[in-house]
Design a protein around this ligand. Structure first.
Ligand SMILES: Cc1cc2nc3c(=O)[nH]c(=O)nc-3n(C[C@H](O)[C@H](O)[C@H](O)COP(=O)(O)O)c2cc1C
Length: 202
């Protein structure tokens, strides 16, 4: 297997950071630990080593979270009415990137380190989960569904991190959501609903 997910990655993400648009290595779509193992081992981790994630790990994590799985564009997580209103961002010491799932690319949106406005934990990376009301709808019921949709993505992150022997924490108490939203250049209809700190458990 098993080691498919943990296969030593050749390059670290910082290696490829010079380009604004980074094509990630292809994610593994087979293998990994069993679902039962992942469910049994899943837990929140808030303390991380300083080591950076590799490009392969970033690719695996984002594809697992909300990557494309089917020719019709459907994803690893369900969304109510297939609105697909969620966009993921990667935050590291070197900047912020938007995940473009169809091309399996990271497109840089900021060169600032935004991790401290996302969460209080010292982590090499954060994932920001952004929901767009223009796509989900903004009635109370639509927003209720949009929150649930974020939950599926969050659980995918937990299970993928577990399978890769990474640690993660879902964080609803975002430190400065309005600053994060401004720096990520979000539109008025887009909100950061949840972030995840990610890293190697200490
Ligand atoms: C929607 C949501 C928001 C959360 N927000 C935070 C948070 O702001 N800070 C934090 O340290 N943990 C946060 N957590 C993590 C929970 O505290 C954690 O899942 C819970 O204590 C159970 O632990 P476990 O994940 O190890 O089972 C959040 C979890 C969820 C699902």
């Amino acid at each position: 297997m098993k080691n498919v997910l943990f296969a030593a990655a050749v390059c670290t993400f910082s290696f490829v950071l010079s380009a604004a648009d980074v094509t990630l290595p292809a994610p593994e779509k087979k293998g990994g630990i069993s679902l039962n193992e992942a469910l049994n081992l899943r837990k929140t981790v808030r303390s991380y080593k300083a080591d950076q994630l590799s490009a392969k790990q970033i690719s695996q994590l984002f594809w697992s979270a909300f990557g494309v799985t089917r020719a019709d564009g459907k994803r690893t997580a369900p969304t109510a009415r297939n609105c697909q209103e969620i966009t993921l961002y990667l935050l590291t010491a070197k900047g912020a990137w938007i995940y473009a799932p169809k091309k399996n690319q990271m497109v840089q949106v900021s060169s600032k380190d935004l991790r401290s406005v996302a969460g209080r934990y010292k982590a090499p990376a954060y994932i920001a989960i952004v929901s767009n009301r223009k796509l989900s709808g903004s009635t109370p019921r639509s927003l209720h569904f949009a929150s649930m949709d974020v939950g599926y993505v969050s659980q995918n992150i937990y299970l993928a991190a577990t399978a890769m022997k990474l640690g993660t924490c879902a964080i609803g108490q975002i430190v400065k959501p309005e600053v994060l939203e401004r720096e990520l250049k979000l539109t008025d209809s887009e909100k950061v609903l949840l972030v995840h700190s990610v890293g190697f458990p200490k």
